[in-house]
Design a protein around this ligand. Structure first.
Ligand SMILES: [Zn+2]
Length: 348
């Protein structure tokens, strides 16, 4: 059967939610050619989980010959080699990884969360609220670990949803443009994000000139007219080539933390031109037309969806490091290797 047809149900499932956050799921790259090379939420979660599982395995087997994950190369996990060395299938580990990966892209698909800026670290005035929510959820997660009858499938879902928001922080805010070298340790742990946040009356972006070359303009028009994009349109995901901007040095507030506004979230957090805030940006985001025009997201490695696409790899690498820190932080807080081992699927 034609590969596109096989993938169509998956495509539809994933595209329904493809409107917010790091590009949602890696299935998209198989059918949407501009997204080739993008690191998706599930890509990042899998690479982080592999490192956490490997570390657990080395602590418990003391084996130095196990294939070590090259985390920021985003290679698939070495289950096969681990399995041959240890005579195990690692089936439960694979399932745990898949559950966490799926939950880490779900907030872009779930109707309850997909247009809620708090789940995606959007809108600078809601950054603290997003962090407060992550703190509450983390405290609840730690309580669940205390329960001897904890449902680990549910727990993975809750953790995965938090990982989504955590990962979006690096592609939606200006943390990368602030030239930060490490993930923000305070996220999900401290009420203060550790950096000043741009207040309401602070202009955070300047109007960005669209500045597309004739070739880039053609690329945007070709994608807008492609069959795959027609599926997007049929799902009310209106990609508009006139919303495509490539922006450089358009953030005015790099001493302050800021984030983008997104037209799909306008009911909760409208972008108001008088405040000159940044947009999320990309072909789906109609708010790019409101001053300050353009956008700042680093969700994908294509200018079609990300005005700061050239910082995508830096943002995704930082998000992977943050994901590892978050999971390692849970392990240290739980202080129970067996429970944590069950959570990451290393013990059935
Ligand atoms: Zn998101």
């Amino acid at each position: 059967m034609d590969r596109t047809l096989v993938l169509l149900p998956l495509l539809i499932l994933s595209l329904v939610g493809y409107c917010n956050g790091f590009a949602t799921t890696e299935y998209l790259a198989t059918v949407a050619y501009p997204l080739k090379g993008t690191r998706f939420h599930d890509t990042m979660t899998k690479t982080a989980i592999c490192k956490i599982q490997y570390d657990w395995l080395v602590r418990h087997t003391k084996l130095k010959t196990l294939k070590k994950p090259k985390t920021l190369l985003y290679e698939s996990c070495g289950y096969m080699q681990w399995g041959v060395t240890l005579g195990k299938t690692f089936l439960v580990a694979r399932i745990a990884m898949e559950e966490l990966a799926k939950a880490s892209f779900a907030p872009d698909v779930d109707p309850e969360t997909k247009n809620d800026p708090i789940h995606h670290f959007d809108s600078d005035l809601l950054l603290n609220k997003a962090n407060d929510r992550l703190i509450t959820v983390r405290n609840n997660i730690l309580k669940v670990f205390e329960d001897p009858n904890a449902d680990y499938v549910d727990l993975r879902k809750t953790v995965g949803y938090s990982l989504h928001t955590l990962q979006d922080f690096y592609s939606h805010t200006n943390w990368i443009e602030m030239k930060k070298k490490k993930p923000n340790w305070n996220i999900a742990r401290k009420a203060d994000l550790g950096v000043p946040i741009a207040p309401l009356d602070m202009a955070t972006c300047s109007d960005c000139k669209q500045d597309l070359t004739p070739e880039q303009k053609k690329d945007a028009d070709d994608w807008a007219n492609s069959i795959t994009n027609q599926v997007f349109e049929a799902l009310s995901m209106d990609f508009n080539a006139s919303n495509v901007f490539i922006c450089k040095d358009n953030i005015l507030a790099n001493g302050h933390l800021t984030s983008g506004y997104f037209s799909t979230e306008a009911k909760v957090a409208p972008k108001i031109s008088a405040y000159k805030k940044c947009s999320h940006g990309g072909g789906f985001d109609a708010s790019v037309q409101i001053t300050a025009r353009g956008g700042i997201n680093k969700d994908t490695n294509t200018f079609l969806y990300s005005p700061h696409y050239y910082l995508h790899n830096a943002a995704s690498d930082m998000a992977v490091r943050a994901t590892i820190d978050y999971l390692e932080g849970l392990r240290r807080a739980i202080k129970d290797e067996q429970k944590f081992g069950r959570f990451i699927g290393m013990i059935s």
